[in-house]
Design a protein around this ligand. Structure first.
Ligand SMILES: [Fe+2]
Length: 146
């Protein structure tokens, strides 16, 4: 059975900006891979590799959205940044839990998976609320390319 926490790409997540959609898909895929790697207790290196890849997407992606929001004066930029910061903090906690554990013992795994499910829940809501608002707003500001 598919765990409740996992996010799958849905057409309603489409932003109309190719690069953003690609990044959203990458974020979803990597988050799901992290979930399965931790759940299956995969090799240490593999999980580290996924977490490092996720660091990159997270930083680059939020920056790209915030740059767009700033450039076009998105009225809810503050909420957007706060929302991104919430996600970053949760992710940082996840990494900390992961790095500080000696071995993957059950309680740590539960805590890591709990933080992971918060991130997933956040993502599925964020994509159809603040992100959606931003992209609807940008569509009116940025003329479609000829
Ligand atoms: Fe986003």
């Amino acid at each position: 059975m598919e765990p409740i926490g996992l996010v799958q790409w849905r057409t309603e997540y489409e932003s109309g900006i190719e690069e953003i959609d690609r990044q959203h898909k990458d974020i979803i895929n990597t988050l799901n891979k992290i979930y399965w790697a931790i759940e299956d207790n995969k090799a240490e290196g593999r999980i580290q590799e996924l977490l490092n890849a996720f660091d990159f997407y997270e930083t680059e992606h939020f920056k790209l959205e915030e740059d767009y929001a700033e450039k076009y004066n998105f009225p809810r930029i503050k909420e957007l940044k706060n929302s991104h910061n919430f996600f970053k903090t949760t992710y940082k906690q996840l990494r900390q839990h992961y790095n500080e554990r000696v071995e993957i013992f059950q309680p740590e795994v539960q805590e890591i998976l709990h933080l992971h499910s918060i991130m997933n829940k956040w993502l599925s809501i964020h994509l159809i609320t603040l992100d959606k608002e931003l992209f609807d707003f940008l569509r009116e500001k940025i003329p479609p390319s000829p």
